[in-house]
Design a protein around this ligand. Structure first.
Ligand SMILES: Cc1cc2nc3c(=O)[nH]c(=O)nc-3n(C[C@H](O)[C@H](O)[C@H](O)COP(=O)(O)O)c2cc1C
Ligand SMILES: [Fe+2]
Ligand SMILES: [Fe+2]
Length: 401
């Protein structure tokens, strides 16, 4: 995509990665992604953030549509993760900037990644501002949202917050603004991004939302580093969504995920789901063989209850279940009701292991159900009851939260 002016003299100069399906190697990105970079024309022409190294040519081409790269004076690095800094060495070579601004942690990371020999790095901190002519840039460090070096840049005169990875979505599009695309799809991608990337930093997110509120910045546009730019009512929509995401209040939805060898555990999964649905809780049933762990995680994030099923395998749990639970634990979801279930042949340890893993995530864990070989009619009834018990516990939790 060509350079695009998002505000007078503020140009998007990033890259659209239409073909990206696997984001950072662990999370699916079915709609592709973008790496957003911005060029501000002022007395000091300033670029904020770059793109992945393989799109360095695209970035330079887009910059050239606005001005000669050699006319760029400043570069601001909000975040050093390679999807935003990969093109930095080539950009510095082409622009020979007077200064490269970054956070304290950013300086360390830039040196670790790129050596940065002779680069004119200058550290900025929260509260620092930088005059670039008719505009002033204000910096806000957002440590651990989601890397130690992360920061945001607020362009006061344009009421524009360039927010790095926060508020982003993996969404390749020919449009640049959030209000120009399908809203339901957009919000699904916002939620998926939060669930798989930002979730562990929910308490930091709440703190930063509070800080941004206290700074009384007048924001009418939020430009994240991935996906579409929020403007007008969209600014409130995404801020409100992030508050809701970070608070993790339970919702009346459950996800039942499982893996199975001979389908006994699968039968149990369906019985558990029947019990949940009959008690008024919306359910998603996900087979870990069919659904990628990041898709399951998106549903876990949207759900107030998690039911995990595994057959016993070599005295433990099946590998896809172990992988899912490990992935989920790392993302630190909170405030959920949970239970385990599964079939076994002789020793039956899976139920205990899965239950312990769910307890380790500080969920409200309800005693699960296991069935030897094929579940009997009675055991399937116990699974239905388990679903009903979880639904009731969840509804009580929602009422008291
Ligand atoms: C390779 C393999 C290893 C197994 N290891 C155990 C085990 O250690 N303990 C146990 O109770 N059952 C074990 N089983 C038996 C399964 O747990 C049992 O067949 C169960 O009913 C399968 O449930 P499913 O129909 O959901 O696959 C094993 C089965 C296979 C094929
Ligand atoms: Fe990042
Ligand atoms: Fe990123």
């Amino acid at each position: 995509m060509s350079a695009y002016e998002i505000k007078k003299d503020v140009h998007w100069v990033g890259a659209v990665d239409w073909d990206r399906r696997n984001f950072h190697g662990y999370s699916l990105s079915p709609k592709g992604t973008t790496y957003n970079a911005f060029l501000i024309k002022d007395q000091k022409n300033t670029i904020i953030d770059t793109v992945e190294d393989r799109f360095a040519g695209t970035l330079l081409c887009n910059v050239s549509q606005v001005m000669e790269p050699s006319k760029v004076d400043y570069i601001v690095v909000n975040h050093v993760e390679p999807d935003h800094s990969g093109a930095l060495p080539r950009l510095i070579e082409a622009c020979k900037p007077e200064k490269v601004f970054c956070s304290v942690m950013g300086e360390k990371a830039i040196k670790e990644y790129y050596g940065a020999d002779g680069w004119p790095l200058q550290v900025v901190k929260t509260g620092d501002s930088l005059c670039i002519g008719s505009r002033t840039l204000h910096f806000l460090e957002t440590r651990m949202l989601h890397w130690p070096d992360s920061m945001m840049t607020y362009v006061a005169e344009d009421k524009l917050l360039i927010s790095s990875d926060a508020f982003g979505q993996n969404y390749a599009s020919s449009e640049r603004f959030a209000d120009e695309v399908d809203q339901a799809e957009l919000m699904r991608q916002v939620s998926r991004y939060y669930a798989n990337i930002v979730l562990p930093y929910s308490s930091v997110t709440l703190k930063i939302l509070e800080e941004v509120g206290k700074l009384k910045w007048d924001v009418d546009m939020i430009a994240p580093d991935h996906g579409l730019v929020w403007r007008g009512a969209g600014v409130g929509t995404v801020l409100e969504a992030y508050r809701r995401f970070a608070e993790q209040k339970p919702t009346n939805q459950a996800v039942v995920f499982y893996d199975t060898m001979w389908r006994s555990t699968e039968r149990m999964a369906h019985a558990v789901a029947d019990g949940l649905a009959a008690s008024g809780t919306s359910v998603r049933i996900m087979s870990l063989k069919s659904d990628h762990h990041s898709d399951v995680m998106s549903e876990v994030f949207e759900s107030g209850a998690v039911l995990a099923g595994s057959a016993t395998h070599n005295n433990g749990v099946l590998p896809l279940v172990a992988a899912m639970l490990t992935y989920m634990k790392g993302l630190r979801p909170m405030n959920k009701v949970a239970a385990a279930f599964g079939s076994y042949g002789w020793s039956g340890e899976a139920l205990k292991h899965v239950t312990e893993m769910l307890q380790g995530m500080h969920f409200d864990v309800i005693e699960g159900v296991r069935a030897k070989n094929r579940p009997t009619h009675e055991q399937l009834k116990a699974c239905v009851e388990l679903g009903a018990t979880v639904a009731k516990a969840l509804q009580a939790k929602i009422a008291s939260s």
